[in-house]
Design a protein around this ligand. Structure first.
Ligand code: NAP
Length: 269
């Protein structure tokens, strides 16, 4: 593929933990070209200086609007914050730029609204709460198990700088489980929390627990219990590189979409 045919990619949150991995991934794929990075504090600084390598010839730009106007990317990859991502997506769509969003914390209502906007404008977008293939399999296996073992709890574990809880992956897993299992409220009807929150968050009759500790990256265990047996389905992202094949796949796939896709699993089959 010659340079004219490369997919031009801008990255919002490029100096963050995930953003830096995205920049490295883009540099290793000749079908993609990294054209812009957005950061509110590093205007004009070469991105290479921040990610600890040689200069890349791509400076950070303060405003997303001016980055999109100047560099005309095809795709905006967003790994920012739950407070920022919504506005970023709106701006990208206004400029005809396809968003690929890893930032978690968007509400179901926001995702629905964004889906409508994409449909009206005939433009593709991908929101994936988890870009790791193993995490997608963990969700799918949990959905299958929930049909046969409906007593379930989710434990998600992340690094202590994560802003939203429960994780987007846990919410998506919970949605899939709720679709598959029969209506059931778990635990003893008279159970009582001596310390509020001890039983975790309640979702459609089952519980989700969020652990935040330094040293963690992104982990999830879905625990099932039945008479005389338990089943654990666990996924561990032990480095942020684990998400990059999924991000790469999404950047390429979004070019051929005319609607919003929520969840990497829809790109796998
Ligand atoms: P992080 O290290 O805190 O990075 C977020 C970056 O976004 C920071 O550099 C921050 O800059 C920047 N930022 C904030 N507001 C911005 C704005 N308006 N414009 C441009 N940049 C802005 O967080 P992270 O660990 O990379 O995670 C980012 C998001 O990805 C989180 O929502 C996390 O849950 C999610 N995540 C998703 C996946 C997945 O597979 N989907 C995997 C891991 C993480 P400042 O520090 O200067 O504010």
């Amino acid at each position: 593929m010659d340079t004219k045919q490369t997919i031009k990619v801008a990255v919002a949150g490029a100096k963050g933990r995930m953003g830096q991995e995205v920049v490295k991934m883009l540099g290793g794929d000749s079908e993609l070209s990294f054209v812009a990075a957005i950061d509110s504090k590093l205007d004009g600084v070469d991105v290479g200086e921040i990610i600890g390598g040689k200069p890349l010839g791509v400076p950070f730009v303060r405003s997303l609007e001016s980055a999109l106007t100047t560099y005309k990317p095809d795709v905006l990859v967003d790994f920012t914050t739950p407070q920022t991502v919504w506005e970023n997506m709106e701006i990208a769509l206004q400029h005809g730029v396809r968003p690929v969003v890893g930032t978690t914390g968007l509400s179901p209502e926001q995702i629905e609204l964004m889906s409508n906007t994409c449909r009206e404008r005939g433009i593709g977008a991908i929101i994936a709460p988890n870009f790791a293939i193993g995490a997608i399999l963990c969700m799918k296996f949990a959905q299958v198990a929930a049909k046969y073992m409906p007593h379930v709890e989710i434990i998600e574990l992340h690094h202590d700088q994560k802003l939203d809880a429960p994780s987007g992956t846990a919410i998506k897993t919970a949605e899939l489980i709720a679709e598959a299992r029969r209506e059931l409220r778990q635990g003893h009807p008279s159970e009582h929390e001596s310390i509020p929150g001890a039983r975790g968050a309640e979702y459609h009759g089952f519980r989700i627990h969020s652990v935040r500790l330094p040293g963690m990256v992104a982990h999830q265990e879905v625990l099932f219990g039945a008479t005389g047996q338990t089943l654990s389905i666990r996924h561990d992202s032990i480095s942020r590189e684990s998400f990059m094949p999924g991000v790469n796949m999404a950047i390429k796939a979004v070019m051929n979409l005319d609607r919003l896709v929520y969840g990497l699993e829809h790109l796998l089959d």
